[in-house]
Design a protein around this ligand. Structure first.
Ligand SMILES: Cc1cc2nc3c(=O)[nH]c(=O)nc-3n(C[C@H](O)[C@H](O)[C@H](O)COP(=O)(O)O)c2cc1C
Length: 183
């Protein structure tokens, strides 16, 4: 909750061009009265308009762990959306690697039973790699809502042009329907 009692969504983006459309999720959540903070991996940051998102959300876009003694500039999350989630971050999350701020929040978030929705976004060949399929399956078993092929069919390698199909409305609906939600 933020200081006004509004629920808080962390919209977490990683290194895919689809990150550039996270404003769609920001608007959906804000339209339902949520406060939204965008958190980007260093790679994800390349694909977003940081200044525009900061103006839209009223919060800094964080990408780095904070140092001891520095203030926590974001309110604590009531839910998180990891969308788009790269293959890189999917694989690392599922084994507990936290070498970016998004991964640290996601690993900790599962342990804290924060409702989390994830949408892996790459291509069919990469997502089909057995350890990545296992990562998505494991995260689902640990309470994460992973939206897969039935919601977002992955493009073929080098097909391109898939960004407009990304299921932002389904991401937001899945956050609202997450069984761990308390607010
Ligand atoms: C132009 C461009 C597009 C990319 N698109 C994707 C993508 O859609 N999915 C993906 O898994 N990786 C994609 N990558 C690769 C990731 O950015 C790369 O694996 C990076 O290390 C991810 O780091 P992160 O998971 O910390 O964001 C792309 C890279 C570039 C340069």
């Amino acid at each position: 909750m933020n200081e006004h009692g509004a629920p808080v969504l962390y919209a977490i983006v990683t290194g895919s061009p689809i990150a550039g459309d996270v404003g769609t999720l920001v608007d959906l959540a804000r339209g339902d009265g949520w406060d939204v903070c965008v958190v980007a991996s260093p790679y994800g940051r390349r694909f977003i308009d940081v200044a525009a998102l900061e103006a839209r959300t009223g919060h800094p876009v964080r990408s780095e762990y904070k140092m001891p003694g520095t203030p926590d500039v974001l309110p604590p999350p009531d839910a998180m959306a990891a969308a788009p989630l790269t293959c890189n971050s999917l694989a690392k999350w599922a084994v507990g690697i936290s070498d970016t701020l998004p991964l640290g929040l996601l690993v900790e978030g599962v342990g804290m039973r924060v409702p989390i929705v994830a949408v892996p976004a790459s291509n069919r060949a990469q997502i089909g790699f057995p350890p990545l399929r296992a990562a998505a399956r494991n995260l689902g078993e640990w309470g994460v809502t992973v939206l897969g092929e039935e919601v977002y069919p992955q493009p073929e390698p080098r097909a391109g042009g898939h960004r407009h199909l990304f299921p932002w409305a389904e991401v937001w609906r899945a956050v609202l329907e997450h069984p761990w939600r308390t607010v």
